[in-house]
Design a protein around this ligand. Structure first.
Ligand SMILES: *Cc1c(COP(=O)(O)O)cnc(C)c1O
Length: 362
């Protein structure tokens, strides 16, 4: 729908200027292979489904009453799984919401916030939304983050680790360098994909009073439909997030989401087995794609970032789509010859490889 200038007079002036995030599409095509939004190919633990059903069965008041505004049961389950205190935990409606609160709580400063040129595309959206200054630091020509670049005056730093859409991870020693070089600003590590093989900075939270680690249940816990994300930091930083949250929406996590996420954190064995499968499938797919000529960046995520020198990536994405396979293509400088491909099951990945080999690249 297109809105006229005249109709826009009702809008707040700053909203007229917004450039919102464009989520990966959720199309309804038959026999679709959806490798475009980094969802987990496996269902969540069966205990999660039982827990959701039990909410309605066990309490006649489940829908009538507000949920726990503190989501204490969820914080406890996360604390136990992460081996940290409950006072170090903040929860929100997906890590996108947690990140929004992080930007509001810490990043509206005199100096610019630093982040890479190629990273999660929600950061520029939030930067505009909250009217903050930014300084964009290019990744090197191997698409790596250079820790030394983050040793300059700033009003905050946000790094995705492993980075998206590049899939490359940054070691904890580099992250510690950044933390030490910035004792007066908050350093946020967005670990949406950390469970697929990178090292988590959660173990540094006790040591650094300027660190915030953000994680989500959407990818490694197969709960993208639930919308539960969380942040881990020292209590003086958690307090700022709680102040922002309680100035915006006091009940961001509903009763079903609390019960389901608790069950997921309690079933560590399922979580580990499932992620091991995704990692094994990733390594297999990387080998198969390399065999047909792709260059694949070294991935520690549940997706890969790959380029085929002999074919335009935009055309390749369109050709895959015609075969019912959707991958993510970013028509942006530096990365417009790459495809971001979510790791599916072995069967799904095989369909991708076979389609490329037998239909598209013949
Ligand atoms: C998917 C993703 C998120 C958002 O996750 P939700 O919890 O589903 O909102 C945040 N950061 C990065 C880098 C992501 O890829």
């Amino acid at each position: 729908m297109s809105i006229t200038k005249e109709q826009m007079r009702f809008w707040s002036p700053e909203v007229r200027e917004l450039e919102p995030y464009v989520p990966g599409e959720q199309p309804k095509i038959q026999n679709l292979l959806k490798l475009n939004t980094n969802e987990n190919p496996y269902p969540p633990s069966p205990k999660v489904v039982e827990a959701v059903q039990a909410v309605l069965v066990n309490s006649a008041d489940a829908l009538r009453l507000y949920p726990d505004p503190e989501a204490s049961a969820l914080k406890q389950a996360i604390a136990k799984q992460q081996n940290i205190a409950v006072e170090n935990i903040f929860v929100g409606n997906g890590s996108d919401e947690v990140l929004a609160h992080i930007f509001k709580a810490f990043f509206i400063q005199e100096l610019p916030v630093l982040y890479p040129d190629i990273t999660y595309s929600f950061y520029p959206v939030y930067s505009q939304f909250f009217g903050l200054k930014t300084k964009i630091l290019p990744l090197n020509d191997r698409f790596e983050i250079i820790a030394d670049d983050y040793k300059q005056p700033n009003g905050g730093i946000i790094i995705t680790n492993p980075n998206a859409p590049t899939s490359i991870d940054l070691g904890l020693s580099a992250i510690e360098e950044v933390l030490r070089a910035n004792p007066n600003s908050v350093v946020v590590i967005d670990e949406a994909y950390v469970d697929f093989g990178a090292e988590s900075a959660v173990q540094l939270v006790e040591k650094y009073d300027n660190l915030v680690v953000c994680q989500t249940t959407s990818k490694s816990r197969s709960l993208a439909g639930l919308r539960v994300g969380f942040a881990i930091a020292q209590p003086h930083l958690i307090a700022a997030l709680e102040a922002v949250k309680n100035s915006f929406n006091s009940y961001p996590i509903d009763r079903f989401a609390i019960a389901a996420a608790v069950a997921s954190f309690e079933d560590q064995a399922y979580f580990e087995a499932q992620n091991a499968k995704v990692i094994a499938s990733r390594e297999k797919l990387v080998g198969q794609l390399a065999e047909i000529g792709f260059d694949v960046l070294p991935s520690k995520a549940n997706f890969i970032f790959a380029t085929l020198p002999s074919k335009d990536a935009g055309e390749l994405a369109a050709a895959l789509r015609e075969q019912g396979i959707i991958v993510r293509y970013f028509n942006k400088p530096r990365i417009n010859q790459f495809l971001r491909i979510t790791i599916g099951t072995d069967e799904q990945n095989q369909r991708l490889v076979d389609t490329l080999k037998n239909t598209i690249l013949v």
